[in-house]
Design a protein around this ligand. Structure first.
Ligand SMILES: Cc1cc2nc3c(=O)[nH]c(=O)nc-3n(C[C@H](O)[C@H](O)[C@H](O)COP(=O)(O)O)c2cc1C
Length: 167
């Protein structure tokens, strides 16, 4: 059965709140999903999941260093995330503060790893973003994104159960 993980870094709780909402939506949509702070996750764990969703506060327009560190740790396992579903989310302090550049940094790494990242034509296009503490709009975006990732992951896992890790 397909399973997923939401991995996040959060100092003051904003990104963690988003992670909790996304993971709940994924579980509610029928995809078994764990939600863990990045310090509780090893790069070795990641290839065991069918979907990996990564959240970071925006630091200087980029992902925070603990998130970059686990991505960099994947290099010795390069190729093992090929065909898995990815997603990203971020929290920043300011509109125009770099949320979307942070998302693109995470998504670029996912694409290099061979992962599948679905955009959203109606919701937050690259992934849910929050300015400070998540408000109702952010909550709706987190639920929407969690549902979409769960649906895509279940579909891919059921159609290609043996080919996810092949080049
Ligand atoms: C080192 C550092 C760098 C930051 N850089 C930015 C930034 O470039 N743009 C921005 O809007 N907010 C920036 N912030 C603010 C955080 O992104 C924001 O407070 C976020 O909501 C924190 O998420 P958290 O509660 O999950 O820790 C920065 C905060 C820190 C500590």
């Amino acid at each position: 059965m397909a399973k997923a993980i939401v991995v996040y870094y959060s100092r003051s709780g904003n990104t963690r709140e988003m992670a909790d909402m996304i993971a709940k939506a994924m579980n509610d949509a029928g995809l078994k999903t764990e939600c863990k702070s990045v310090d509780k996750v090893k790069a070795d764990d990641l290839p065991t999941y069918d979907a990996i969703v990564i959240g970071s506060p925006t630091y200087y327009g980029q992902m925070a260093s603990p998130i970059k560190a686990i991505i960099d740790d994947l290099v010795s396992r390069h190729g093992t995330l090929n065909g898995k579903v990815g997603g990203a989310f971020s929290s920043a302090a300011n509109i125009g503060g770099g949320n979307e550049t942070t998302l693109m940094g995470i998504i670029e790494a996912m694409l290099i790893a061979g992962m599948i990242v679905q955009g959203d034509p109606q919701g937050d296009h690259y992934g849910p973003v929050s300015i400070g503490k998540p408000d109702e709009r952010v909550g709706q975006q987190c639920i929407r994104r969690g549902q979409r990732i769960a649906e895509l992951t279940k579909k891919i896992a059921s159609e290609q159960p043996n080919s996810r890790n092949k080049y």
